[in-house]
Structures are given as structure tokens and as C-alpha cells.
Write a protein that binds this ligand. Structure first.
Ligand SMILES: NC(=O)c1ccc[n+]([C@@H]2O[C@H](COP(=O)([O-])OP(=O)(O)OC[C@H]3O[C@@H](n4cnc5c(N)ncnc54)[C@H](OP(=O)(O)O)[C@@H]3O)[C@@H](O)[C@H]2O)c1
Length: 246
């Protein structure tokens, strides 16, 4: 699979799954723009990627100002976008009884509203035949305790992606969702050992996923090999969703 000559934007590409996707897209020959909330993380990621085809843009996508900053950078660059990966998210683990309005808004702003309006604002810059990708979560279809807001943000993304696939089909733009199960990113590895053991044992494959395994799925969906795939959700969860013994 290759992305030679393609331009890709990864919203939330500084760490974890987004960073691994950046590595995969660069290796496949793309020019890759990664975004994040701050210059420091972006420069650290760019140094690790160590590739002349990586670009960085500070864009906090939880608000319209950050989205406008990304739109402006894309406009000034002038190149058409062939792959847009909407990956950034924040996670809050609270019961419904404990969740504050601020926590609710923060997750919906970053995980849903930010991606919705990033897609809207970048529509004019997407090449016909582009691939739009959303990072959702296997949590979207589960009902795990203390994930009411996070899971609802991901369920909302799934529906937005389905409608986008229909609305953008006229331009041959494909829109797909990748839903990870538990993956060994910095975010997850910060959890206590017993939580990590529980996550691993709740998958059929009895382990955490690696960010590169998610990146492979994004690479497939971004590439021409997935030319007849649109409006779908690809679970990359080690069997977590349907595992009978968790
Ligand atoms: N890891 C898992 O087990 C797992 C499971 C299911 C789904 N997912 C999903 O996979 C995606 C990536 O997760 P991860 O585990 O790789 O997490 P991560 O390492 O925390 O990565 C999150 C990325 O999003 C960026 N980001 C966060 N808020 C942002 C904002 N307001 N504006 C711009 N960028 C923002 C972060 O960049 P900065 O910090 O530099 O701003 C970072 O690049 C998320 O959508 C997550 O919900 C992960």
C-alpha cells in the first residue's frame, strides 16, 4: 500500500495512535501534517518522525479558533488534501452522578464538535476521491461503567461519519471509522498495572493492541486498496467487542 504524492492531515498526531499513523503514512510516501495543541509536543513528534515530509500545525480543535488556524495553514499551502484523519480525543472516566458540565463540554468539544467543524472547514480543500478517517472507539457500542460521556462522543462520531459518507460520495470522497479496543499508548499505559491486566484479559487475543496495528488499518483505508470501502466501521480491538469472557 502506498500514498506516494498524497497529502495527509492527522488531527492529533503528536502521540499514540495518531503518531503511529503519521509514521505509517510517511513510510508509504505521503507528506503528512500533524496537529496538536502546543508547539512543544509537535516539535518533539517531528523530531522523532525525522522525515523531510512532515509538517506541523498548532491547532487546538476543541474550539473554532484552532480549527480556523488549521484551515488558514491549509489554504496558504495551497495543496489539495487526500487523507484527513480526525483522531484527537480526550477521555473522562466518571459516573453520570459525578460528571460536571465542564467535563461534559470538554469531551464533546474535542471529540465531536472539533472534528465536525474541521471536516466542514476543510471540505473545500479535500481532493475529489479523498479518504476521510475518524478514530472512534469500541466503547461506542459498549455500555462500560463510567464512560457515558466518552462513549457518547464516539457514538456521535460514528453517526456523523455515516452521514458524511453519503453526503460526500458525489465527490468520490470515502469516509470510514476505525474503532480501537485497548491500545498501549501513553494515555493507557499511565493506568495502574491491574487495570492494564484487566484491559488485556478482556480481549479475545489477551493483550493490548499496539499503535502500529491501528496505523496499519488507517493506511489500508487511506489507500486505493480500499477504493470500494466507505461508510463503514472497522473494529481493531483484538476481539474486545464480542469477547464472551470479559
Ligand atoms: N489508546 C486506546 O486504548 C484507545 C482506545 C479506543 C479509542 N482510542 C482513540 O484513539 C485516539 C488516539 O488516542 P491515543 O490513545 O493515541 O491518545 P493520545 O496519545 O492521548 O493522543 C491524543 C492526540 O490528540 C491530540 N489532542 C488532544 N486534544 C486535542 C485538541 N483539543 N486539539 C488538537 N489535538 C488534540 C493530542 O495532542 P497534544 O496532546 O499534543 O495536543 C494527541 O496527539 C483517540 O480518538 C482515542 O479516543 C484510543
Amino acid at each position: 500500500m502506498h500514498l506516494t504524492g498524497k497529502n495527509a492531515i492527522i488531527c492529533g498526531g503528536t502521540t499514540g495512535i495518531g503518531f503511529a499513523a503519521a509514521q505509517a503514512f510517511l513510510t508509504a510516501g505521503a507528506t503528512v501534517w500533524i496537529t496538536g495543541r502546543g508547539e512543544e509536543n509537535l516539535q518533539a513528534a517531528a523530531a522523532k518522525l525525522n522525515n523531510p515530509n512532515v509538517r506541523t500545525v498548532v491547532a487546538d480543535t476543541s474550539g473554532l479558533a484552532g480549527i480556523a488556524a488549521l484551515e488558514q495553514a491549509v489554504k496558504e499551502n495551497g495543496a489539495a488534501i487526500h487523507v484527513l484523519l480526525l483522531n484527537s480525543a480526550i477521555v473522562g472516566i466518571q459516573s453520570i452522578a459525578q460528571t460536571t458540565e465542564a467535563e461534559f463540554d470538554a469531551q464533546f468539544n474535542t471529540n465531536v464538535k472539533g472534528h465536525y467543524f474541521t471536516l466542514q472547514k476543510l471540505l473545500p480543500y479535500l481532493a475529489d476521491g479523498a479518504s476521510v478517517l475518524f478514530t472512534s472507539s469500541a466503547s461506542a457500542t459498549a455500555a462500560t461503567l463510567n464512560t457515558s460521556v466518552y462513549a457518547a462522543t464516539k457514538a456521535a462520531l460514528n453517526k456523523i461519519a455515516q452521514v458524511a459518507a453519503n453526503e460526500l460520495a458525489g465527490r468520490k470522497i470515502r469516509v470510514n471509522v476505525v474503532s480501537p479496543g485497548p491500545v498501549a499508548t501513553e494515555l493507557v499505559l499511565a493506568a495502574p498495572e491491574e487495570v492494564l491486566t484487566h484491559f488485556a484479559s478482556s480481549t479475545a487475543l489477551q493483550r493490548l493492541g499496539q499503535p502500529e496495528e491501528l496505523a496499519n488499518a488507517f493506511l489500508f483505508l487511506a489507500s486505493d486498496e480500499a477504493s470500494f470501502v466507505t461508510g463503514t466501521e472497522l473494529l481493531v480491538d483484538g476481539g474486545w467487542t464480542n469477547y464472551a469472557y470479559k
